[in-house]
Design a protein around this ligand. Structure first.
Ligand code: TRP
Ligand code: ZN
Length: 890
């Protein structure tokens, strides 16, 4: 297993399985050291294919016996497969017995120990680490599972579906038998054996059926499950209302697991969750955590239809379920947020994440299409491209066919494919067929290139006003950059939502040449060619175009707008997304200029005044103000330039923050006073927006105070830190002190540790906060190195490793990219150390150096050297090997 097979799996090599598994009867004799798995499979030959040996997947298994129809047979091991030469009958029963060791399973894939319990994680290819099987998503079986184990250690025994029998056994043991009536692929299989308690709730769905909902956690955590349960109920209600998709199970369970590689897993009827996405109380979780729980609970629940009822034919189709389900959870979060401005805040958050994670991916060595063509390790393709860009592709379909049309497309998709394992093409086809008159159906081939071509399209837009004819002609062109293994790309269908504003900020009626009358003040142009022009008539004066409203396509836009144009949009655009975007671009222009001439930043009055009036604007959503007054991140800026010097970029951005802090001091003080929350804590959009803006104001005030030596605001921050009644405010105040490197930060950090040392998820925040502090003279990096030796630090728990190491390497460029290369040395050491424990985690961490080629010297050469050092290790998992090899490929 350590060497991993470094063979490439190709999409075009897909073949249907040679055998089907109709039913799987599994018995587990559970024990952390040695679990015995007995499997009885009803197998049928796929008569569409020539007779051939039965090849079963298996990994890290200890095989005890193999019987075909009750008789022992000869078998062999070949390339990690168990091969049984052509069984005589077309249908037969295969019985296998093997053992596995959950406590030795540090990869957290298959059956593993976490805390005092046993849990499974089978997506993508973890089931083969439990027993021999056709571990591929197009083989779907009906499972019956018997769990036997110590009644004291494992009082709770869970698997998918319905509990059909339970009872006691000799020797202090007990058993439970579960049956899942829905045929499912092995990646949706799950088992839990642990000492847990559950919050329970019965709900009645529209059909009148009653369902039992359960949220399982370790003893003592029950008071942190209310929000997860509420989120689950809201998700059930939403999916029925918006898509008419009902809960199809009598029982729906969520189980929180402390050691977990990802966010959560949608196993049929038995979702397993990272504790981070279940446990929340106002005292221990921030508004951001509450939000994360709501969307991850929704995401996994929505998979029950988009993923489980209709699943993927093969793993190249991963975005079929992930892109669609992310789109669904984004829409859910927006509907939950409510007001138009709260929806815009959600959208801005989603786009920021896309730009900071997916755009760099699309520009780096791991660039791949939404539907990849080849992989070495499928776990490396649970990416921002498959998830977030995939969701943008679905969102563009929604834009093109409209909300009703999209619902019709979904209905047709389920009508055609319920119970099947299908492809991305099948989904796009259903959308197009349900909307035959749409631009999607008319240009389906051009649209589907979004699935096939990697890279972020460059959209160029230039407007030309003709005073005499009173026309405004907008010329749009697109260009798709080369990516590893792909060049000479074709144009894709790009929906461009737009409005035109007068220079005074008035929205103008839009009438294209050839139309009888204006059609509103906003519309969607559909670009299908490399270049196209659109002429608006009745335009009597110069205009300011507001393009790509609400970010209608995942592209990089070059519209040539001047600062004066952007100030008009910032002040007047009716599209909240583009108002925010105008502010970001004004800030970016200033950062770029400062980087260009190597001088100190001197913010100009028009920009400062625009920021001030935005902050003071009555009636504007505080959450929106918080976003609009946040400067583009160093990660985002780094993607807009080449030869990045992370130290210089940090210096420039910090200087801008200092100026905004000082110039707007009175306004920040006003914002702090004005946005205090009265009354009990609620994690809703309204309250969390106020807290976000107040905490931003506090951070700016402490920053300004640290510059002037003024003691009042740091004192107030410390007071707030001590007295806060919720984690958002406590952490906000602590972060204000830590972010300004104030002398009160250290005592506050110590106090925080003493208060929360027994709360793992809060301790993660303590590590994270220190790892993401703005770097100053190498202090942050030194602190991270010290924290690596802290008794509470471990690489064995993914959340803890992420809190310290991933945050340093992926989110704190100035602390990580050092002229002495110490960050890269640490990176290489930890990639190697992590890889021996948990390859999935290690390969994700390895990706924090993906963009090394975009760095200036001396960073670039030093980073290359560190990557080469990892590449030289003979013992690397195929996961990490794939990332490292791609990073070095020319
Ligand atoms: N299907 C899960 C989701 O998106 C992702 C996931 C959970 C996963 N655990 C995993 C993917 C382990 C790969 C490996 O909701
Ligand atoms: Zn998912």
């Amino acid at each position: 297993m350590r060497e991993g097979t470094t063979t490439l799996v190709r999409r075009e090599d897909y073949l249907a399985p040679a055998y089907w598994i109709r039913t799987a009867d599994l018995t587990f004799d559970l024990d952390a050291t040695k679990t015995i798995v007995s499997s009885k499979l009803a197998i049928e030959r796929n008569s569409a294919l020539p007779v051939q040996p039965l090849r079963l997947h298996g990994e890290d298994l200890n095989l005890l016996r193999v019987l075909v129809d009750g008789q022992s047979v000869s078998f062999r091991h070949e390339d990690g497969l168990l091969v049984i030469d052509a069984p005589a009958a077309d249908a037969f029963t295969l019985e296998i017995r093997n053992t596995i060791s959950p406590e030795k399973n540090t990869q957290l894939s298959g059956l593993y120990a976490s805390g005092s319990g046993l849990f499974t994680q089978c997506e993508a290819e973890g089931f083969r680490r439990i027993t021999y099987f056709l571990d591929r998503p197009d083989v779907m079986a009906v499972y019956t599972v018997t769990l036997r184990g110590d009644a004291k250690k494992y009082p709770v025994l869970l698997s998918n579906g319905n509990l059909v029998e339970q009872g006691t056994l000799d020797g202090g043991k007990h058993f439970a038998k579960w049956h899942d009536p829905f045929p499912k692929p092995s990646y949706l299989f799950a088992v839990v054996a642990a000492d847990l308690v559950a919050r329970e709730q019965w709900v009645r769905t529209r059909s009148g059926k009653e369902h039992l909902l359960q949220v399982y956690v370790t003893r003592g955590e029950l008071d942190k499950t209310e929000h997860a349960m509420n989120s689950l109920i809201a998700s059930i209600v939403w999916d029925e209302a918006r898509f008419k998709l009902p809960l199809d199970l009598e029982r729906f369970m969520i189980v929180a697991v402390p050691d977990f590689n990802m966010g959560a897993m949608e196993n049929k009827g038995l979702n397993l969750f990272n504790t981070k996405y279940v446990l929340a109380s106002p005292a221990t979780a921030t508004d951001v955590d509450f939000d994360g729980i709501e969307s991850v609970v929704a995401h996994e629940y929505f998979h029950n239809w988009t993923g489980n009822r209709v699943t993927c034919r093969d793993w190249f189709q991963l975005s079929l379920k992930e892109g669609l389900t992310v789109f669904r959870d984004q829409e859910f979060s927006m509907d939950m947020a409510g007001s138009p401005s709260a929806r815009a805040v959600c959208r801005i958050g989603d786009v920021r994440a896309l730009r900071e994670r997916q755009f760099p991916e699309d520009a780096g060595p791991m660039a791949h299409p939404v539907r990849p063509d080849a992989y070495q390790a499928i776990d490396n393709f649970y990416t921002a491209t498959v998830y977030e860009k995939g969701a943008e592709v679905v969102r563009m379909m929604n834009t093109l066919v409209g909300r009703e049309g999209f619902a019709a497309g979904m209905a047709l998709y389920f009508e055609r494919h319920d119970g099947q394992a299908v492809t991305c093409d099948d989904f796009a086809q259903a959308m197009a067929d349900a909307n035959p008159a749409s631009a999607l159906a008319q240009h389906l081939g051009s649209f589907k290139r979004w699935y096939a071509q990697a890279g972020t399209p460059r959209l160029n837009a230039r407007g030309n006003w003709n005073a005499e004819a009173a026309t405004y002609t907008l010329t749009l062109s697109q260009q798709l950059p080369d990516t590893p293994g792909q060049s000479g790309k074709q144009p894709q269908l790009v929906p461009v939502a737009l409005g035109l504003l007068s220079r005074e900020g008035q929205a103008l009626p839009l009438q294209l040449q050839g139309e009888d009358a204006p059609q509103g003040t906003e519309r969607v142009l559909v670009l299908t060619e490399a270049e196209q022009s659109f002429t608006f008539i009745g335009i009597g004066a110069e205009v300011v175009p507001s393009l790509l409203r609400n970010f209608s396509a995942p592209v990089v836009l070059d519209d040539g707008l001047t600062d004066a144009d952007l100030l008009v949009l910032l002040a007047h655009d009716s599209d909240a997304f583009n108002r925010w975007e105008a502010g970001q671009r004004l800030a970016l222009n200033r950062i770029k200029a400062a980087l260009g001439h190597g001088e100190a930043v001197q913010l100009d009055a028009p920009f400062v005044e625009a920021m001030r009036s935005l902050l003071r604007e009555p009636g504007l959503d505080p959450a929106f103000k918080d976003l609009a007054l946040t400067l583009p991140s160093e990660i985002y800026v780094a993607e807009q330039i080449s030869d990045v010097d992370p130290q210089r970029l940090h210096t420039v951005r910090e200087a801008m923050l200092d100026q905004l802090a000082t110039a707007l001091q009175a306004d920040w003080a006003w914002a702090w006073d004005e946005h205090q929350v009265q009354g009990g804590y609620r994690p809703d959009a309204e309250q969390s927006g106020r807290r976000a803006l107040a905490n931003k104001a506090l951070a700016m005030l402490v920053r300004a105070a640290a510059l002037s030596g003024e003691p009042v605001w740091p004192g107030k921050a410390y007071q707030r830190f001590k007295d806060a009644t919720n984690m958002t405010d406590r952490l906000g105040a602590l972060e204000a002190l830590v972010g300004a490197h104030h002398e009160l930060a250290q005592p506050a950090l110590e106090r925080f540790y003493a208060l929360f040392r027994h709360e793992p998820l809060v301790l993660d925040k303590w590590f994270m906060l220190q790892a993401r502090a703005p770097e100053k003279n190498g202090q942050v990096f030194a602190q991270v190195k010290a924290l690596l030796k802290h008794p509470d630090f471990t690489l064995g728990n993914p959340n803890r490793a992420r809190a310290l190491l991933f945050v340093l390497a992926a989110s704190n460029p100035a602390a990580f990219h050092r002229t002495d290369a110490a960050g890269y040395v640490l990176w290489a050491d930890k990639v190697i150390e992590m890889d021996a424990i948990n390859p999935q985690l290690a390969s994700r961490f390895a990706r924090s150096l993906d963009r090394w080629r975009n760095l200036a010297e001396p960073y670039r050469s030093a980073a290359r050297e560190a990557i080469a050092r990892v590449a030289a290790k003979a013992e690397l998992s195929s996961d990490t090997r794939e990332i490292i090899e791609r990073a070095l490929q020319d």
